[in-house]
Design a binder for this molecule. Sequence first.
Ligand SMILES: Nc1nc(=O)c2c([nH]1)NC[C@@H]1CN(c3ccc(C(=O)N[C@@H](CCC(=O)O)C(=O)O)cc3)C=[N+]21
Ligand SMILES: [Mg+2]
Length: 300
Amino acid sequence: MTATIIDGKAFAAKVREQVAGHVSRLKEEHGITPGLAVVLVGEDPASQVYVRSKGKQTVEVGMNSYEHKLDAETSEADLLALIDQLNNDPSVHGILVQLPLPEHLDSDLVINAIDPAKDVDGFHISNVGLLGTGQKSMVPCTPLGCLMMLRDHHGSLSGMNAVVVGRSNIVGKPMAQLLLGDSCTVTIAHSRTKDLAEVVRRADIVVAAVGRPEMVPGDWIKEGATVIDVGINRIDAPEKGEGKTRLVGDVHFESAAKVAGAITPVPGGVGPMTIACLLANTVTACCRANGLAEPQGLTA
Ligand SMILES: Nc1nc(=O)c2c([nH]1)NC[C@@H]1CN(c3ccc(C(=O)N[C@@H](CCC(=O)O)C(=O)O)cc3)C=[N+]21
Ligand SMILES: [Mg+2]
């Protein structure tokens, strides 16, 4: 048996097409252009790549992109002042502060300073609480992208055993909430879970979000299970030549693809969906801010 590859790159392109449709409708019928502000503190090269890619895709779907690059020594007060300015700017519908922030900045404090209605990452405590109680909220982009792929592949997820490996506030916990909302039986496992292999083997759906390269081998996967690999790990690839690297997930793809029913690749799986969902959340935020009907199928 060989797994169906869930093509996140192609799916993300479809989501962006839908977003672009909503953006042109907002422009033509209401004279509104959705705007996304991305704040980057410091010069982390990987973060710079992501921020550039987000800005490019934001413009490609017809929205305004506002990039704020602050130097690594920026004070908390200056960062909070910028957030306050963006909160009060009616042309900004979404605000994303790229994480991780430099050590001297309190990321909880900074994230909770964002207007929850503009919190397109869904990290503000208000959005976390709304999601946990089944109320309308901004939903974190990575888990939302995973949910869209799962719904697309399965139709209904009702009654399925889902195991989320990883308990981060950014992926693991909100992913579990979303799966629960779709009536899965949800287990959150992590690095301290006893008999992790046995726990994962019970899963109809495995979401791996631990940040450890190829940690989940194929023999942990139940025959026919759906595997969503959230990990993006850069590892040495001496086979490609001296000093070369390659991207791998948290799942050992080759062995897992032999037993799974469906699996997302890395790259080209969850990553592209994360950015597409950021754009979707920005359009949703813009519609809500203007009292307009929000897009269907782009929210949880
Ligand atoms: N406030 C905040 N929100 C975020 O959503 C956020 C963040 N901070 N900090 C950094 C992480 C990382 N992240 C990625 C998004 C897309 C890809 C992506 O598209 N990856 C491509 C490959 C990229 C490559 O080749 O390096 C793929 O998986 O196919 C990866 C990583 C969002 N993040
Ligand atoms: Mg974790």
